[in-house]
Design a protein. Structure first.
Length: 188
C-alpha cells in the first residue's frame, strides 16, 4: 500500500463524507462503528453459545474459526504495513495501525458467515434474501462509519473488505474440499 497511489482517492472520499457531518449523524455513526468490533465480540460469544445450545456445533465452529482467522489476518496485515491513521474528525484516534480496517474486516467475516449459516438453515427464499441484505447493509454501514469518523482512510476499509472476502472464500473452498473428500470416501 503506497501512500501516493491511494492518497488522492482517500482524501477526496474522506472530505466528501465529512461534508455530511452533523451531531445526530455523528452519534449514529459512533453507534454503528461499535457494531464492527466492540459489540461484535459480545455478538460472537452469544452466537456461538446459541449455536451450541441448539446443537449447531458445526456453525459454532465455523464462527469461531472464521473470527480467529480474521483477527490473526487483521493483526498480521496491520503490522506488515504499519500505516499511520489519519487525523480523526471526531475524538481521538485508536492506538493501532490503520491498514486494513479491523472493523471492516471483522464485521465482514462475522456478519457474512452468520448470515450464511442462518440462510442455510431457513427455507423461505425471501427470508434468506432478507438475512443476506441485512448483513450486507450492516457491513457497508460499519465501513462507512469508520470513514465518517475519520479513523480510517477509505482504502483501509476496502482492504479490510477484500481481506475478509479472501479469508471467507478460502474457508468455503476448504469446506468444499472436505465435503468432496468425505463423499468420495463413502462411494468406495
Amino acid at each position: 500500500m503506497r501512500e501516493g497511489d491511494a492518497g488522492t482517492f482517500d482524501y477526496a472520499v474522506r472530505n466528501w463524507v465529512h461534508g455530511f457531518a452533523s451531531p445526530a449523524l455523528t452519534r449514529a455513526m459512533t453507534g454503528i462503528s461499535l457494531l464492527g468490533y466492540d459489540i461484535l465480540i459480545v455478538e460472537l460469544v452469544a452466537a456461538v453459545a446459541i449455536f451450541l445450545r441448539m446443537r449447531w456445533r458445526r456453525g459454532a465452529l465455523w464462527l469461531a474459526v472464521s473470527m480467529a482467522g480474521a483477527l490473526a489476518l487483521d493483526l498480521a496485515l496491520k503490522y506488515a504495513f504499519h500505516r499511520a491513521r489519519p487525523q480523526p474528525f471526531f475524538g481521538d484516534a485508536p492506538h493501532s495501525f490503520s491498514f486494513p480496517s479491523g472493523h471492516a474486516l471483522c464485521s465482514f467475516v462475522f456478519y457474512a458467515v452468520l448470515a450464511g449459516l442462518i440462510a442455510d438453515r431457513v427455507r423461505p427464499m425471501a427470508l434468506r434474501v432478507a438475512v443476506g441484505l441485512a448483513a450486507a447493509l450492516l457491513i457497508a454501514a460499519i465501513g462507512l462509519s469508520r470513514i465518517y469518523l475519520g479513523v480510517h482512510y477509505p482504502s483501509d476499509v476496502i482492504a479490510g473488505y477484500l481481506a475478509a472476502a479472501i479469508w471467507v472464500s478460502a474457508l468455503l473452498v476448504l469446506d468444499h474440499v472436505r465435503k468432496v473428500r468425505k463423499n468420495s470416501g463413502r462411494k468406495t
